[in-house]
Design a protein around this ligand. Structure first.
Ligand code: NDP
Ligand code: AKG
Length: 425
């Protein structure tokens, strides 16, 4: 059986390949190069066991996909999700290749996943699962080889377990093997807010260009975790009116604006945004209802494939800024483009996390530190410059296509050039 049968039929993988092929045909990339780029350089599948608190043994499947290393070591998060598949993991690793190339940081693309609903595990079981998964992929990762970080349902505590497990195996403190570690273990505290901060910067820049600024613009945020929560908080601090947020429990919507800090406190306490109560707040139990609300800006910040050909025609927002990876299908991208809805693509908009990871990793290797404010200022500068570079390229050459095409044009070109220089193609 070929390795590719593990991922080729997966819809998220097919979405990533379709995006690659569309850009390749516009860029005139030969078919044989697309054939190389559509596969990961390496895909590892592991099965690990966890002894549950009730004494039973349960096994879990997981993957690390290493898509491309032409520009540097593989880099990208690890997610825990009951819907994780090999195909989704490969797609996410391919998107990391484009994201890192576009951000101009010295990394290739990687991603990992364990198929598990972490909400069903105790803290002890979660620690055992995390340590065993990292031990199982330990030979494939390393500070100069492949550097994981958090993604959906993983966090700095997970990174601390990975870091400790790997350090024990290699016999030294291997700070550079993962990023987004707790500050006490060589992490940068601001990494936690950086993806959301970067997404908010993307919204700020896009609102300047297309909506006459952020002040008073209404925003709906799908997903209220690390990315969505911090993006909503910064946006409301910077003058936007966040009117709706969602999580797996549903949507809370107040046309006059939500008190984002209070929603965060409620979420922290009960785990559900729908427990937030205030004057005119409405609740929808279907989280997808958020996409059809009358708002200026939508920030999808949960999972893939949520803006589709079914709901794209009903979107009323003028701007979609992708906090999540792969939230918009290629068909929806096309529909939104025809409706003049601007979609700021994931590979540009949510790069704040990995850029801060690069700052953390560089610190780990050099033994020097920027302050949190200096690190955020650096991130602001890089994200703003990258936004403007993609915007200029789009305006100059690709305005008849969605903005994603311009981002891919820059990123794919950088990867292909590096592969040529190295003599790979
Ligand atoms: N963390 C990072 O640094 C980066 C993350 N990303 C991407 O951003 C997205 C969100 O990641 P992150 O914020 O870290 O993850 P979190 O686990 O912190 O939060 C995920 C959020 O999405 C909600 N959610 C999960 N599954 C579903 C579903 N099936 N339908 C609707 N909502 C769902 C969760 O709801 P609930 O709270 O109820 O469980 C939660 O609010 C992902 O696409 C990730 O790949 C991109 C760049 C970097
Ligand atoms: O910080 C990182 O290394 C990667 C973050 C990530 O997984 C992503 O950007 O999707």
């Amino acid at each position: 059986m070929s390795l590719a049968t593990l991922y080729e039929n997966d819809p998220v993988y097919q979405q990533a390949v379709q995006q690659l092929k569309q850009s390749a045909s516009i860029l005139g990339l030969p078919e044989e190069i697309v054939e190389v780029l559509r596969h990961p350089e390496k895909l590892v599948q592991v099965r690990i066991t966890v002894k549950r608190d009730n004494g039973k043994v349960e096994s879990f499947i997981g993957w690390r996909s290493q898509h491309n290393s032409a520009l540097g070591p593989y880099k990208g998060g690890i997610r825990y999700s009951e819907n994780a598949t090999a195909g989704e993991t490969v797609a996410l690793s391919m998107w990391m290749t484009w994201k890192n190339a576009l951000a101009g940081i010295p990394y290739g693309g990687g991603k990992g996943a364990v198929r598990v609903n972490p909400k069903t595990l105790s803290a002890r079981e979660l620690e055992e699962l995390s340590r065993k998964f990292f031990a199982a992929i330990a030979k494939e990762v390393g500070p100069d080889v492949d550097i994981p970080a958090p993604d959906v349902y993983t966090n700095p505590q997970t990174m601390a377990w990975y870091y400790d497990e790997y350090s024990k195996l290699v016999g030294y403190n291997a700070w550079g093997v993962v990023t987004a570690k707790p500050a006490e273990l060589g992490g940068l505290a601001v990494r936690l807010v950086s993806t959301g901060y970067g997404v908010a910067l993307g919204v700020r820049e896009a609102a300047k260009k297309w909506l006459g600024g952020l002040e008073g613009k209404t925003v709906a945020v799908h997903g209220f975790g690390n990315v969505g929560g911090h993006a909503a908080r910064y946006l409301s601090q910077w003058g936007a009116t966040v009117v709706a947020v969602s999580d797996t429990s549903g949507v809370v919507y107040d046309p006059k604006g939500l008190k984002v800090k209070e929603v965060m406190e409620v979420k922290e306490k009960t785990g559900r945004v729908i427990d937030y109560k205030s004057g005119d707040v409405k609740v929808f139990t279907n989280d997808k209802a958020i996409f059809e609300l009358p708002v200026d800006i939508i920030v999808p910040a949960a999972i893939e494939n949520v803006i589709t050909r079914e709901n794209a025609p009903n979107i009323k927002a003028k701007l979609v800024v992708e906090g999540a990876n792969g939230p918009t299908t290629p068909e929806a991208d096309e529909i939104l483009h025809k409706k003049d809805v601007i979609v700021v693509p994931d590979v540009l908009a949510n790069a704040g996390g990995v850029v801060m990871s690069w700052i953390e990793w560089s610190h780990n290797r050099m033994g020097c530190w920027l302050t949190d404010d200096e690190a955020l200022a650096r991130l602001d500068k890089m994200m703003t410059q990258n936004f403007n570079k993609v915007f200029d390229e789009w305006e100059k050459k690709y305005r008849q296509y969605p903005m994603r095409t311009a981002a891919y044009a820059i990123a794919v070109d950088r990867v292909v050039k590096a592969m040529k220089l190295r003599g790979w193609i």
